[in-house]
Design a protein around this ligand. Sequence first.
Ligand code: HAM
Length: 415
Amino acid sequence: MIQTIRGTKDILPGEISEWHFLEEVFKRITSQFGYKEIRTPVLEFTEVFSRGIGEGTDIVGKEMYSFNTKDEKKPESVTMRPEMTASVVRSVTQHSLLHHQPTLRLWYCAPFFRYENPQKGRQRQFHQFGAECIGSPNPESDAEVVILAATVLKEIGITDYTLAINSLGNKTSREKYRTELISFLKGKFDELSEDSQNRLEKNPLRVLDSKDAKDKAATKDAPSILDFLDEESETYFKNVQEILKESDVEFTVNPRLVRGLDYYNHTVFEFLTTKLGSQDALGGGGRYDPLFAQLGGKETPAVGFALGIERLLLLREQNNVQAEALKPDIFIIGDGSAKKIQKLALQIRQKNLYVLTDLLRKSFKAQMKESNKLGTRYTIIFGQQEEEKGIAIIKNMETGVQTEYPLKEIADFQF
Ligand code: HAM
């Protein structure tokens, strides 16, 4: 048998209620915050991500599904999106979406692709729910997206996480810190993992959140970015924290949090859990003011986040919270003629009810058993006898009470 590709999964009918539940929450909460949905193509020119996320990152360096198009004369390198932020920035710039309104609030729920080593909570095709707030250079927008993410988590019953936040400061602060950090890391060069040795010049901040025990030990006394923030950056970070506190969003400041993508400045944050083994990030995000210009657009301040849907689902499963599958309102059973049964079902569906009929011509007993098993609210019995009399029997499955009704009037019954 042909199977799914490693790291990809079917989402089967038995799991779909959970997805629908989450999607309903995403739609409802984002609309309360005034965010509008955006959908962009899965395929983008590779440049969108290589320039956006950064050549030195794991995503661009190792994990992208990139290939050349079949055009023989001028093949183009395209990539199946590994994340959405760069695509959103490309789209906002391409369509001049900021032309008519100064701030854009956007959200998405979509599949993404990264060639990573699959394990629990880590897939090669995975899904994110995310939001991007574009156009505001002020800390209230950083706080707004964090509060939005926290509200969604609460609404889907996830409370067992911690929120870590940090500031990478403005460009001046970051560059000062970068120089200092490189010189510190050079002093520890031999104690670092090979990966970190390679990253040292290209992406030194990443060495700080390496999971390798050698790196952790070697960077124990590394300088803290927070000591390098200039006044502007410090005030900015303080303001974000004050707004979060006032909204009762709990967090801890982690000066080593740097995130794996190059486009961030000022605020970065991550929602972490201890319940999913090594895949401990439920989601993350931050401010990415440099990204618009990096992708050839006009300089534009922006901030956003993404949550990993598979990880949210795993956590709900682990906590034994599961959305209930939709139950039929009505099951029509019996050996009455198929044409009458189908017509009756259609009439009742017009009242916006969920109506099932038997398609396998099973015995009356088997059909009643199935109706019971599905948790149907009402079973309508329509056998040959009822058909001859021009009636049907409505059985309230909760009380067991059965009532005879003229067939013509059944659709008017208050189910
Ligand atoms: P990210 O940290 O790369 O950020 O991904 C966000 C979340 O997506 C992760 O915390 C994780 O829950 C989930 N995720 C990532 N990779 C996988 C995978 N292979 N399998 C399962 N889940 C995964 C971003 O993508 C940024 N675009 C977030 C952002 C939005 N920053 C600003 N705006």
